[in-house]
Design a protein around this ligand. Structure first.
Ligand code: GLU
Length: 263
C-alpha cells in the first residue's frame, strides 16, 4: 500500500556518507540528494539528519585515526561539518533547493524555550520551502548531556516536528535475526509490530564502520517514534532510491509500525 506521508525525516549515517578513507562518498550523497529533492518537489516536507561530521573531518584533516579525546573529535567535527554542508548546499542547489543548517544538543531539546524556538525555526524553514539539515552540535555537546548518536537525535527531531515517518539509512538492509555477514541463517525481519525483548536482542553487538550507533540505538529511535505514532524504517543506505520503495509500500528493510495504526 502506498504511503501518504506528508512530513518525512531521513537520517543518514557516517558509514553511508563516507568511504573507508573518511572521504565523502559522492555517488551516494548525489543519489540521496536527488531522491530528497524529488520528494520535496512532490510537495512533501523533508528534513535530513546527517552524521559524518567527525568522519569527514578526520578525512579532510588527513588524520590517521579517529581522535580518542573529546576535543579532538569536536575539532574534527567542526571541519567535517563545513565540508558536509558545502556539499549538501551545492548538490541541493542543482535541483533548485535551499538548505538550512541546524546544530542541536540534547540540552536544547530538553529546554522548553529552546525547543519552542527550534520548532519555530523548523516551521519557518518548511514554509520557505527549504530543507532543514540537522546534526548534533558536536563542538559544544562534549560528553555530558549528548545524544552521542544521531539515531536518537533523529527520533527527537521526528517527534518535535510531528513527522509522519522516520527513515534511517544504514549499512544493512534492515534488522536481521543475526549478523548477516557472519551467519547464513540470518534473515531479515520485514515488519515489526512490537519492539519486544526478542527484537532488542537481535541488535546486540552490531556496529557500523566509522559511525557510532549500531542497530541498538536505531531500535531506541524506532521505539520513541512508533510510540509517538510515527512509522519508522531501517533501510540500506547503499541505495538511497529505496526510499521510493518505502513510499510505494514495497518490501524493503524493516518497517516498524507506528502505534495506534492498523495498516
Ligand atoms: N554527530 C556525529 C558526527 O556528525 C555523528 C554521531 C553518529 O554517528 O551518530 O560525526
Amino acid at each position: 500500500m502506498k504511503k501518504d506521508y506528508k512530513c518525512i525525516v531521513v537520517k543518514v549515517g557516517t558509514s553511508t556518507l563516507t568511504h573507508k578513507t573518511g572521504k565523502t562518498n559522492i555517488r551516494r550523497m548525489e543519489e540521496l540528494v536527488s531522491v530528497l529533492s524529488d520528494l520535496m518537489n512532490s510537495g512533501r516536507r523533508v528534513a535530513l539528519v546527517t552524521s559524518g561530521a567527525i568522519g569527514v573531518g578526520i578525512g579532510k584533516l588527513g588524520l590517521e585515526a579517529r581522535p580518542s579525546d573529546t576535543a579532538g573529535k569536536q575539532a574534527a567535527a567542526t571541519v567535517g561539518q563545513c565540508e558536509l554542508m558545502f556539499m549538501y548546499d551545492k548538490m541541493f542547489s542543482q535541483y533548485g533547493h535551499t538548505v538550512g543548517q541546524l546544530l542541536i544538543t540534547r540540552a536544547d531539546m530538553d529546554n522548553a524555550k529552546r525547543r519552542y524556538n527550534l520548532l519555530q525555526t523548523f516551521d519557518r524553514l518548511f514554509s520557505f520551502g527549504a530543507i532543514p539539515i540537522i546534526n548534533e552540535n558536536d563542538a559544544v555537546a562534549g560528553e555530558e548531556s549528548v545524544y552521542g548518536d544521531n539515531d536518537r537525535l533523529s527520533a527527537a527531531v521526528s517527534t518535535l516536528i510531528a513527522a509522519d515517518a522516520l527513515i534511517i539509512l544504514t549499512e544493512t538492509d534492515g534488522l536481521y535475526t543475526a549478523d548477516p555477514s557472519v551467519s547464513e541463517e540470518a534473515r531479515r525481519i520485514p515488519v515489526v509490530e512490537e519492539i519486544t525483548d526478542e527484537i532488542l536482542a537481535f541488535a546486540e553487538g552490531t556496529t557500523t564502520g566509522l559511525g557510532t550507533g549500531g542497530m541498538a540505538t536505531k531500535l531506541v529511535a524506532a521505539e520513541i517514534c512508533t510510540r509517538a505514532g510515527i512509522d519508522t524504517y531501517i533501510i540500506c543506505g547503499k541505495s538511497p532510491r529505496d526510499i521510493y520503495e518505502v513510499l510505494d509500500g514495497g518490501d524493503v528493510g524493516t518497517y516498524f509500525k507506528a502505534k495506534g495504526q492498523d495498516q
